[in-house]
Design a protein around this ligand. Sequence first.
Ligand SMILES: NC(=O)c1ccc[n+]([C@@H]2O[C@H](COP(=O)([O-])OP(=O)(O)OC[C@H]3O[C@@H](n4cnc5c(N)ncnc54)[C@H](OP(=O)(O)O)[C@@H]3O)[C@@H](O)[C@H]2O)c1
Length: 243
Amino acid sequence: MKILITGASSGLGAQLARQYASSENELILLARRADKLYSLRKELYEKCQDVSVIVTDVTEFETLQEKIKTIENLDMVILNAGISLGHNQDITPIAEFKKLYDVNVLSNHAILEILLPKFENKGSGKIVFISSLASLFSMPSSKVYSSSKRALNAYAEGIRYKYKPKGIDVLTILPGFIKSELTDKNDFDMPFLLDTREGVKRIKSAIDANKEFYPFPLRFYLIIRLLNLLPSFLREKIVNSVS
Ligand SMILES: NC(=O)c1ccc[n+]([C@@H]2O[C@H](COP(=O)([O-])OP(=O)(O)OC[C@H]3O[C@@H](n4cnc5c(N)ncnc54)[C@H](OP(=O)(O)O)[C@@H]3O)[C@@H](O)[C@H]2O)c1
């Protein structure tokens, strides 16, 4: 399988590369930090000799598109690159808000604008969106991040309706907290925090099983579902008591 992984220089993306590294797979690792990508390629060499690297900033859409244009016969893209603004109650400066949307939402469309026609011509392909449980519940301290991932869910849903009948699988993975550089910045107790290896093992199982919508860990997901069922005045009380 030929697989493109965005945000492969650390955290979930790097661990996904480790889990997909095998003699049967060809990996393309994309991110900004060249040193991290090349050292990951070296680390994977024993298990997978076919690893290439694309060093680019996903918010530079034209350059990004130029760089991925040359990829042929791709079987799967894992759209994993993402950022958070940490957790704070301040009003987000517009430049930071825009940057987050460029990475978490628009860059995925920049990539798919190139890849969708290729998958369509091939009559097969798999698109994996790495969303978040945060897309299902908005806390005041992470509203910008939550809203970006909710936008991603809506975009993924539309893509799925259109392209599934054309043989293209579209999966949305919604992880809770998993240890990574992104969560290392959080200075609060993260409920149901998973170790990187365990979290990514679950993501890979869901991808391999073709789960179209995979929120996890289940207990955290059920709590969020329950909160969403409460009357809004009660939900408001709970949110304000924990934030
Ligand atoms: N960890 C969690 O608890 C959790 C939970 C739910 C969802 N997620 C999602 O999982 C994904 C991976 O996050 P993570 O936790 O593994 O965090 P991470 O370790 O910080 O990884 C983020 C990755 O995105 C890349 N990236 C960020 N900005 C980029 C840009 N402008 N251009 C190119 N690449 C960029 C980073 O690479 P460079 O810095 O080298 O460019 C890095 O490889 C994100 O979409 C995140 O929202 C994470």
